[in-house]
Design a protein around this ligand. Structure first.
Ligand SMILES: *Cc1c(COP(=O)(O)O)cnc(C)c1O
Length: 359
């Protein structure tokens, strides 16, 4: 696919941009450009790929996405490497997952190469938007929306694929702090539902439970399975790992109700290389409480692209709360986090072919 390149006529002035990049935060600062590609069944599919100035979209008020939430997204980061180049971490996995999400939401596939090229194009156009702070990255948000103006309930015939970029600071200033999580009565995804798809609708349904967790003073919400309300699934936007005193590690299996995290997949491999025995297995909330109390469970960690690897320090629910280990970050958690971050930044050898250099 050929991209039309339109430079922003009035990009943010360099001094203003550099000041913003010194303290970017997360998700509120955006670069100058965006990628858009249109899809129309009647026009043979994907066409009109543009890297242009970032700006508001024009949508018909009856666009299907606004009524039936036909939307999917991805999240990945471009990292400055120690040698000054830029690189992406496993973007091919994001491209594949995007199409898996598209299948579940009855949306068209975007060729993986087009997904990757759109990201390369945007990072090139916004190469001056890398945060200057330690641990900073350029967060990329590819997404697809149903744009067809039609209120009937069926898969749309017109879509728009968009990529925007947001400079992100280090999630944690001064090292990761253990998070406190709240066990929700609400469920996130049922068997046969959309739990494994990265779609906005899943997040819409998680906002009340997330708000409850915040109101009670916790950092994150934990979801149990929707059938037995017993098996630990995942946090609002992060997968979980449990580390035991006998060298075993458990992470909940991909049964269709949890999101198949790319960080999760990477950690399974890295933990095995550390000599640990990683099992994808069901783990109940009662067992978790018991193992934390007996000391069999040493650590619990949460993982995802945004925060990478985060220790879980405390778990609370209607039946009371319990601490994990000493409540501080565990050894394995910190070691594996350093290894993964090191690979992403080009400081640790990439023996898996995970890092895609952009030049
Ligand atoms: C994106 C996401 C994750 C983490 O996936 P990564 O590929 O590791 O970023 C976990 N859970 C949910 C619900 C998500 O949306």
């Amino acid at each position: 696919m050929d991209f039309t390149r339109i430079l922003h006529p009035a990009p943010m002035p360099a001094a203003e941009r550099d000041a913003a990049l010194a303290n970017p935060g997360f998700g509120t600062l955006f670069s100058d450009h965006m990628v858009t590609i249109d899809y129309d069944e009647a026009k043979g599919g994907w066409h009109n790929a543009v890297v242009g100035p970032r700006g508001p979209l024009s949508l018909d008020p009856s666009a299907a996405v606004l009524h039936y939430a036909q939307e999917i997204f991805e999240g990945l980061k471009a990292y400055k490497q120690v040698d000054g180049s830029t690189a992406l971490f496993r973007p091919d996995a994001n491209a594949r997952r995007f199409n898996a999400s598209a299948d579940r939401l009855a949306m068209p596939h975007l060729p993986e190469e087009t997904f990757l090229e759109s990201i390369r194009q945007l990072v090139a156009a916004d190469r001056d938007w890398f945060p200057s702070v330690e641990g900073g990255s350029l967060y990329l948000r590819p997404f697809m929306i149903a744009t067809e103006a039609f209120l009937g309930v069926r898969p749309a015939r017109q879509y728009k694929f968009i990529v925007i970029a947001s400079p992100a600071g280090s999630y944690f200033k001064g090292g990761p702090k253990p998070v406190s999580i709240w066990i929700s009565d609400y469920t996130r995804a049922a068997p046969g539902g959309t739990g494994a798809a990265k779609c906005g609708g899943n997040y819409a349904a998680s906002l009340v439970p997330t708000g409850e967790a915040f109101a009670r003073g916790h950092d994150q919400v934990l979801f149990l399975d929707a059938v037995e309300r017993k098996w630990v699934e995942e946090l609002g936007g992060m997968n979980l790992f449990f580390v035991f005193d006998d060298g075993r590690v458990i992470t909940p299996p991909l049964t269709g109700t949890i999101l198949p995290g790319i960080t999760r997949d990477s950690l399974i491999q890295l933990l095995r290389e550390e000599g640990l025995t990683v099992e994808e297995g069901m783990y109940s909330i009662d067992q978790w409480r018991e193992d934390a109390a007996s000391g069999k469970l040493l650590e619990t960690l949460a993982c995802g692209t945004a925060a990478v690897v985060t220790p879980v320090g405390k778990v609370a629910g209607p039946d009371g709360e319990f601490e994990i280990g000493s409540g501080g970050p565990g050894q394995i958690t910190m070691k594996i986090r350093e290894k993964l971050v090191g690979i992403q930044k080009g400081e640790v050898a990439d023996t898996h072919g995970w890092v895609m250099k952009l030049g």
